[in-house]
Write a protein that binds this ligand. Structure first.
Ligand code: NAD
Length: 495
């Protein structure tokens, strides 16, 4: 394994992070020798210089995955399971190191990064358990003349594309079910956060993943690499997590080869607090649903609809909690809010806040860009946000909580559903009937009832409408990587 050998001399000191790509069991530089720099968004400092893969590297990677497919599919489920289980142990053993890498390249505070390591590891454990539970079906035709035997087989080589916001968890959430099902993979991480993925790939290799089963190509030219895979004729499935915009491009490309797709796309989560809600629980839920990952989460509460009777108290308490948060370099002790990922991300947040304020929203805290290096944005609470503000229909992806008072519950359900997205919604109420009623009426794939956190490896994660297709995790997570095959076997002795 080649390492970025100057890293230890740098202030953020990332030990032993690979700087090359894993292709066919070999750590390789880009065929044309190109490289790119990875930066810390809190300081702008260069963390590493790594391989910038192109078309030739993409071709080698998908060929390696295709060549390894048959053998991996034949590998005993227990053997596949034990590799994943070893990877689970290794990821937890290296928790602090992985967390430092993630914080350095992505910005989230170390405590959150450590939480993500545990979350990611749990996907490896969950799917190590699922690898040995792939079952089929056996029945007879209605007229009794044929046996129907249904088996399930790996779909074949898969393209996995991950975003920068949860670099370790999104990688593990795709690699683990794919490998458990018997699929080989080519993986392209986001260019902002490739180091975490490379570190994970090295761990998977150490855990015993055979050459060619997991291939990673890092690149600044996602369209070239991914298009090469889509058109290779060798990939059978694409699993993508990222923006709805890019998801649509990939869905169009997938149509050309009728490729199977799983799409985990953007969100615009409504967060509804009813008049009878426990305000302590609602404020706590809002802090989690809004501030996890600095608001850079597809599950982030994007629109907080709070009953007018309690909207004032809720907003003030939320603003007090938000303004007390420690903002800074996530690698430093006690930091609770890190920088946003880059200048574009921060510029978008500022534009959305300015638009809401221009339309009449009041700023209770935050809303002003700080001076100095790093892409920091202050935790912000806006109240009396009008429903026509741009942030009502845009994924904010930052630490901004817009509070919109309401009085009519039916009206608020209609407004909450008036969006192209449908990933997650949150409902806060003490009334069980109201909780079920609102949960059922929200057009989303997941609902947090009196909680701001829904993500769990044992649960099916995913959305409806333009938030995606398919589910990751839970009992059905492995289905995304399996095909059905039906065998018709006549019963010679008759019915
Ligand atoms: P993005 O769509 O810009 O990028 C995602 C990945 O796609 C990256 O690896 C990127 O390099 C790649 N990519 C970009 N253009 C491409 C192209 N033309 N062809 C092929 N690949 C391309 O998204 P992002 O900014 O990295 O991530 C943020 C988005 O991800 C948000 O919208 C967020 O809601 C979403 N997200 C969704 C989930 C979920 O499970 N639903 C989880 C995390 C993030």
């Amino acid at each position: 394994m080649t390492t970025a050998d100057t890293l230890d001399a740098r202030p953020t000191a990332l030990p032993d992070v690979p700087s090359t790509m894993l292709i066919g069991g070999t750590w390789s530089p880009a065929a044309d020798g190109r490289t790119f720099a990875v930066e810390n968004p809190a300081t702008g400092e260069e963390l590493a210089v790594i391989a910038d893969g192109g078309q030739a590297d993409a071709a080698r990677a998908i060929e390696a995955a295709a060549a390894a497919q048959e053998q991996w599919a034949r590998t005993a489920p227990r053997a596949r399971s034990e590799i994943l289980r070893r990877a689970f142990d290794l990821v937890l053993e290296r928790r602090d190191r992985l967390a430092r890498i993630m914080t350095a390249e992505m910005g989230k505070p170390l405590t959150e990064a450590k939480g993500e390591v545990t979350y990611a590891a749990e996907f490896l454990r969950w799917f190590s358990e699922e690898a040995v539970r792939i079952s089929g079906d056996h029945t007879t035709t209605g007229d009794g003349t044929n046996r129907i035997i249904v088996t399930r087989e790996p779909v074949g080589p898969c393209i996995l594309i991950t975003p920068w916001n949860f670099p370790l968890a999104m990688g593990a959430r795709k690699i683990a079910p794919a490998l458990a099902a018997g699929c080989t993979v080519v993986l392209k991480p986001a260019e902002q956060t490739p180091l975490t993925t490379l570190a994970l790939a090295a761990i998977m290799e150490e855990a015993g993943v055979p050459a060619g089963v997991l291939n990673v190509v890092t690149t600044t030219d996602a369209p070239t690499v991914v298009t090469a895979w889509m058109r290779s004729g060798k990939a059978r499935k694409i699993s993508f997590t990222g923006s709805t915009e890019v998801g649509k491009i990939l869905l169009r490309q997938a149509a050309d080869t009728v490729m199977r797709t799983s799409m985990e796309l953007g969100g615009n989560a409504p967060f509804i607090v009813c008049a009878d809600a426990d305000i302590d629980i609602a404020v706590e839920g809002a802090m989690v649903a809004k501030m996890r990952n600095m608001g850079e989460a597809c599950t982030a509460a994007n629109r907080m609809y709070v009953h007018r009777d309690i909207a004032g108290e809720f907003s003030e308490r939320l603003a007090r909690r938000m303004s007390a948060l420690q903002v800074g370099n996530g690698l430093d002790d006690g930091i609770e809010v890190g920088p946003l990922i880059d200048g574009d991300g921060r510029g978008k947040v500022q534009r959305l806040v300015d638009d809401a304020v221009a339309r009449g929203a009041r700023t209770l805290t935050g809303g002003v860009l700080p001076d100095g290096p790093g892409y920091f944005y202050p935790p912000t609470v806006l109240t009396e946000v009008p429903v026509d503000a741009d942030l009502m229909q845009t994924e904010i992806f930052g630490p901004v909580a817009p509070v919109i008072p309401f009085t009519d519950e039916d009206e608020i359900v209609r407004i909450a559903n008036d969006t192209d997205w449908g990933l997650v919604g949150y409902v806060f109420t003490r009334d069980v009937d109201r909780a079920f009623d609102l949960s059922e009426r929200l057009e989303v794939g997941m609902v947090g009832v009196n909680t701001g956190l829904v993500s769990n490896p044992a649960a099916p994660f995913g959305g409806v409408k333009q938030s995606g297709l398919g589910r990751e995790g839970g009992k059905i997570g492995i289905d995304e990587f399996l095909e059905y095959k039906y065998l018709a076997v006549p019963r010679r002795r008759g019915a």
